[in-house]
Design a binder for this molecule. Sequence first.
Ligand code: MN3
Length: 199
Amino acid sequence: MAHELPPLPYAYNALEPYIDEQTMRLHHDIHHKAYVTGLNAAEEKLALAVQNGDFSAVKALMKEAAFHGSGHLLHCIFWNNMAPPGNGGGGEPTGSLAEKINKDFGSFKNFKSLFTAAANAVEGSGWGILAHRKIDDKLVVLQSEKHQQLTQWGVTPILVLDVWEHAYYLKYQNRRAEYVNAWWEVVNWSNVQLNYDSI
Ligand code: MN3
């Protein structure tokens, strides 16, 4: 069964004025779709390699699968991590997620500062990520370069922020920090709680 591009869980203009409609259309319909197409192609070629017993291209295919696979999975989390501002988006987490953030980072303010700094400091294209690490039951803030580098094994991402230029360049140009600040106004904490509960 091939991977498919999931529809956005809200309208393309639902995150205005923080994230504009044109960016959302390009980002979802073109960029995310390309990762789905790339992952399907890589997996088809890998299956064919196994079938033919010809692994001469395995290194390149593994890279393709890691890049497009991580890109597809992170965007699936990312769309659901957001909601219209004032209507599910923005504010602060509550309940067990808020308690865990306070426990592991000291306060929501501390967590937000660290996540913001990490997202702003990604070298080139990549992501800011809040993840749960199972081995010590801890929430950790991570960066990812591109989609697949600098990650840790054994963690489950529960909140992710795309800082590739395609995610903000039309509206914010080179001002990534402004985009990162604005993004907090559309974070869907109920969804992050749901992700946290499902660990
Ligand atoms: Mn993206």
